[in-house]
Design a protein around this ligand. Sequence first.
Ligand code: ADP
Ligand code: TRP
Length: 326
Amino acid sequence: MVRRMRILTGLQPSGKLHVGNYFGAMEPAVRLQEQGEAFYFIADYHAMTSSQDPVALRENVRELAIDFLACGLDPEKAVFFRQSAVPEVNELAWILSTLCPMGLLEKCHSYKDKVAKGISPNHALFAYPALMAADILLYDSNLVPVGKDQKQHLEVTRDLAVKLNEAYGEGTATLPDAIIREDTAVVPGTDGQKMSKSYHNTLPIFGEEKALKKLIMKEIVTDSTPLEDPKPIENSTILGLYKLFATPEAYQLLVDQHLSGGFGYGHFKKDLAEAYWNYFAPMRARREEITADPGYVDAVLKRGAERAREEASKVLTRVRKAVGLV
Ligand code: ADP
Ligand code: TRP
């Protein structure tokens, strides 16, 4: 029997879900669950590399699980689990580490960026890509949808898969392919830089209407072009975001209004705030339903963990044999 393509991705439980996370990670994952055998997990081990707070970790895992389900993850279609519910991943990470040259990890941008930001690097932060490779290879994943910032980690994963096969025989690991969404590869934040928690420029997906709309009205940075003049459309944060939420016709109208002059940024922001609020309305409703049934999330994650573990143990048995551990 030919196996369907296995699609896997992980999301870190590290705070409030924002528009960048949604378009860069969640929405593509939700769409892809229709096209293969999806394995989606909450990367709680990874989150521990940057924060060691048990109360926050538990809370963030739960919130992310609810967010993901609210955004359309269907547990009948996708295997949804917590990374740490399959501790076997650590054994594979160890095996991969024995084949992983220091240089491969030293050149990783995300590690270098964190060090440059003054985070004092621990071993786990350095070894992060090896654990990520284990996440992917443990399930014989074929496709891995991620944002552009994770591209290099996917390259490391492929390198390690090749090394495993060279060292222990073809077929020990399955080579995965990254799926990077180019059109929404980088969602701009309110200041025009990449939207990211670390830049404090995010627009959260869930929250109170007034507060969320206020963020758009107050925080999105614009220039001082007078109301009557045409407004620049290149690198416009408002347009960049609006494109994600509006129909092509509505988007074109806003572009035309930029070009014609006579419309102020307040007007554009109002349209953006409206489109943004409406776009996430169905997810908000679903989130309320899920929150009202506390046992549901636990049951989904428990079942997901059982299914994931079953798959993981098949691969790990194969790898353990290949490397001589059994
Ligand atoms: P943050 O930068 O806020 O810390 P994470 O690094 O936790 O976000 O990202 C989680 C997922 O969301 C990753 O797959 C990442 O590629 C994606 N992502 C985050 N920010 C953006 C963005 N601005 N545009 C596109 N994708 C993003
Ligand atoms: N490093 C990813 C991120 O920060 C999360 C992640 C962990 C992941 N393991 C993964 C993504 C495996 C895809 C596949 O976004």
